[in-house]
Design a protein around this ligand. Sequence first.
Ligand code: NAP
Ligand code: HSE
Length: 428
Amino acid sequence: MTTPLRLGIAGLGTVGIGVVKIVRRNAALLALRAGRTIEIVAVCARDKGKERGVSLASCAWEDDPVALARRSDIDVFVELMGGSDGPAKAATEAAIEAGKDVVTANKAMLAHHGQALAEAAEARGHVIRFEAAVAGGIPVMKALTESLAGNEITRVMGVMNGTCNYILTRMQNAGLPYEEVFEEARRLGYLEADPTLDVGGIDAGHKLALLASVAFGTRVSFDGVRIEGIERITIEDIRRAADMGFRIKLLGVARMTARGLEQRMSPCLVPASSPLGQLEGGTNMVVLEGDSVGQIVLRGPGAGEGPTASAVMSDIIDIARGTRLPTFGQPATTLKTARPARVSAPAPYYLRMKLQDKPGALARIATVLGEAGVSIDRMRQYGHEDTTAPVLIVTHKTTRDALDKALPGFSRTGVLAAPPVALRIETV
Ligand code: NAP
Ligand code: HSE
């Protein structure tokens, strides 16, 4: 009879309780698949008295996650508290020092400290697994580190924040303004405690940085992700994009180029008929491209109790089976420091602006674009609003840097009635 795998779970919120439920409900199945039983020996959360809908009477309780991580009667420390630093990091470090394997869903912690934690764990022969941290229930880390391990990965991209996709698709389908849908998302409990993590693109940026590390064999570089949120997207943008056959998505793209590692997380226009364009609600989608396999599209729930706990369990079962992979798919000490690409690949851009409705206004904008080397493909002026006119320009392929040079020039023309919005049109 093999020995059971003994878990210590820190964090009994949405994901932690999801894991407890799976371990209990599927105990026999897990034992058959893992070749040994999986037991929850000890747990930890802030409030011991909180009703959590499951009995924890058989588990030892710790008030301090670091004490849990150091317990001699656990094999795996399961970190499901969250936060890039503080107790999550302290307890993960303690677990590694104490000789435990670690499973976590914490993208913020790994985006900031993944390299140091991976090196520490690997130096001691332990593993850190984080399937649940990227795109929740979608098995994307397994796909990259195992199924596609024979490929040179050329590009990874995706919609990896369900809340933003919910907001954008709800605006599209119900014709509601951003502010109203944001409040609806808050009422439904979709937003993180700090909503800027979602709508500011930071949560999705953390996930992209982790994906890029595994895809390109580079050290996690969250600082190298060019991040823009969805806060400035208006219902007008959604409608104009739809008129042109596009949808707006908070899209992450990472690729290795001759200019360095390009990582961006920003609202983009994608063709309405593409798989990314058709992605509705809180669902996530990750697109992986490899030199041999071509394109793989993975779609599924990116958050929630069941899907996220399902991903945590896949890591736990791997450890129970004895599968021991390096954290980022190759030894952490062999990961290269990527040079961030300062210029992203050229693409057409959508520009929305509100101009003073006076002679020569449009000509001044066109001149600024021309001087910055940005060529106009299409231009349209919509219904006048008092003394202003909404104008939409689609450029030929250009770089974000050329546009960034042009945008301040718009202000100097004196004809702008509101700050312009520039969105990349992404080929998918
Ligand atoms: P949550 O519902 O807010 O639960 C957090 C848990 O951590 C709570 O049980 C809380 O205790 C406990 N906790 C917080 N600080 C603690 C401390 N100092 N000491 C001990 N316990 C502490 O969070 P969650 O949604 O389950 O998320 C957990 C992790 O999974 C995060 O890293 C998150 O980013 C990641 N994740 C979540 C989802 C999702 O859909 N929710 C998806 C993917 C990844 P109390 O219950 O007593 O307050
Ligand atoms: N806030 C995240 C989202 C949760 O909306 O996708 C899952 O990481």
